[in-house]
Write a protein that binds this ligand. Structure first.
Ligand code: DX5
Ligand code: ZN
Length: 217
């Protein structure tokens, strides 16, 4: 799965850019929600998710980089999120939070920062529909991929396979045509990309095509 992250889109033309990503074969649209506390940057809220919902039929993969995400789960679910992804660092009761997301009718995703060990996921792996491994410190698009996180992807892949989990294993941060195959080989099956898609010199469709070509080799 390729999840096009609108963080690098041109927001004066968001609807057009989303339509272009959809017709170029993006599988999901990734929306990065930041609160200026958990991460230094501030971005979008339910209002933008609701606008994206009207602009596309693609599933909306909503990544909550916010403190106490429980406060906003219902608002994002109502806005049309398909998957709500919460950081394990922000959820003292991660299992309870994932169950709450499912009760709201969304798929439940859990994610972790590069510095957080995979073992912190614990039993949440049994509940999650999606596990997102951050391959940059969250906060900004256009950062450099951290190759040392590939072993964490492989470790989580093994654990998911051991428990026969059907969860997607997604990676986020610095994904390009030059590194996507390596992360795929380590066991990831969903890939977020912002810069590589929305800032591709030949345009959005070419950005998606160049990632897809590497996956289909
Ligand atoms: C980073 C966000 C990412 C970001 C990825 O904090 O979670 O989803 O949009 O951007 P690129 O692909 O440019 O690294
Ligand atoms: Zn993200």
């Amino acid at each position: 799965m390729i999840a096009a992250s609108i963080l690098s889109a041109d927001f004066t033309r968001l609807g057009e850019q989303i339509a272009e990503a959809e017709s170029a074969g993006a599988d999901w649209l990734h929306v990065d929600v930041m609160d200026g506390h958990f991460v230094p940057n501030l971005t979008m809220g339910p209002f933008v998710v609701e606008a994206c919902r009207r602009a596309t039929k693609l599933p909306l993969d909503v990544h909550l980089m916010i403190e106490t995400p429980e406060r906003y789960l219902e608002a994002f679910a109502k806005a049309g999120a398909s998957t709500l992804i919460v950081h394990v660092e922000t959820c003292p009761d991660i299992n309870g939070t994932l169950k709450r997301i499912k009760a709201l009718g969304c798929k439940a995703g859990v994610t972790l920062n590069p510095a957080t060990p995979a073992s912190d996921l614990g039993p949440a792996l049994n509940i999650a529909d999606q596990v997102l491994v951050m391959t940059v410190p969250p906060g900004y698009s256009g950062q450099k991929f951290m190759p040392e996180i590939i072993s964490k992807v492989a470790e989580i892949r093994r654990w998911l396979d051991e428990i026969h989990s059907p969860a997607w294993l997604e990676v986020d941060g610095g994904i390009t045509a030059a590194n996507i195959s390596r992360v795929h080989e380590a066991g990831a099956d969903a890939f977020v990309a912002a810069y590589a898609i929305f800032h591709h010199p030949k345009g959005i469709a070419a950005g998606i095509r160049s990632l897809r070509e590497q996956l289909c080799k």
